[in-house]
Write a protein that binds this ligand. Structure first.
Ligand SMILES: CC(C)(COP(=O)(O)OP(=O)(O)OC[C@H]1O[C@@H](n2cnc3c(N)ncnc32)[C@H](O)[C@@H]1OP(=O)(O)O)[C@@H](O)C(=O)NCCC(=O)NCCS
Length: 223
């Protein structure tokens, strides 16, 4: 296991960070596809459309082609929200990472470096919590390169964030993770987060039946 250090983002990290972020996000597409496949509306679609086409046209070929066609459609539907999230991030906060996360003292962006290479990342900014009385920090975009996973890098990044949250006098850290991201949920729970509620980030996520689990951590006055 190669040693690693956690440090703040520097401009020369940009390419590696975007690569880790994009790959980390798109690793969820197969799980998203199987999640979507298990939804009653997908099962109904897969059962009814080929049958209806066969009964309507009498064509066995159409019947046989309908199933793979529907599976491709569901794969695209499962991938779409992740592609949109990625494209949105690359055109907004990731366009100028320094300006988005390092120009205000309430936000930050960290990377994990091992043998001169960026192998993990995570950022944080003040949470948009509307009516909440508490001052909350939102953990965003935690990702570790596949070859470096399982070495405690995510835990170290989160520990760094806890330290930051305490220094900046935040009351709590909040985050969202997609409902089927069990490895991430295990990391958060191990680090002391608790699941507060479930929510759909937008209509797009509701349409594909993928709620987010919202987690919270109360920042102690001393770590
Ligand atoms: C989730 C992720 C960040 C974890 O990073 P990591 O550096 O491998 O995590 P750690 O090594 O610090 O693991 C911490 C704990 O999480 C659990 N865990 C981590 N990866 C796991 C996996 N693939 N399966 C099961 N449990 C896992 C383990 O309980 C581990 O504790 P242990 O060391 O006592 O076994 C990483 O898998 C990743 O980048 N995934 C893709 C992007 C992503 O999903 N990001 C989260 C967005 S909300």
């Amino acid at each position: 296991m190669a040693p690693y250090t956690i440090r703040k983002y520097q401009d020369q990290d940009r390419e590696a960070v975007i690569d880790i972020f994009s790959k980390g996000l798109l690793t969820h597409v197969p799980s998203a596809f199987f999640h979507l496949l298990k939804q009653p509306r997908s099962i109904l679609l897969l059962l009814s459309v080929p049958g209806a086409l066969f009964l309507g046209s009498g064509s066995l070929l159409l019947f046989l082609l309908a199933l793979p066609g529907l599976l491709v459609f569901l794969w695209m539907a499962a991938r779409y929200p992740f592609k949109c999230y990625l494209s949105h991030a690359l055109h907004t906060d990731f366009r100028d990472i320094r300006k988005s996360y390092l120009s205000d003292k309430g936000s930050c962006f960290w990377v994990a470096e091992s043998e001169g290479q960026v192998v993990g990342m995570m950022c944080a900014c003040p949470a948009q919590q509307g009516s909440r009385e508490q001052k909350c920090l939102e953990l965003l975009n935690l990702s570790v390169s596949p070859e470096y996973q399982g070495q405690g890098i995510a835990q170290s990044l989160i520990q760094t964030l806890f330290q930051f949250a305490q220094e900046q006098e935040y009351d709590a850290v909040v985050l969202n993770t997609i409902c089927f991201n069990y490895p991430a949920q295990r990391v958060y729970e191990k680090m002391g987060f608790w699941k507060s509620h479930e929510a759909f980030d937008s209509l797009m996520w509701r349409l594909v039946a993928m709620p987010s689990f919202c987690y919270e951590y109360s920042v102690p006055s001393s770590l």
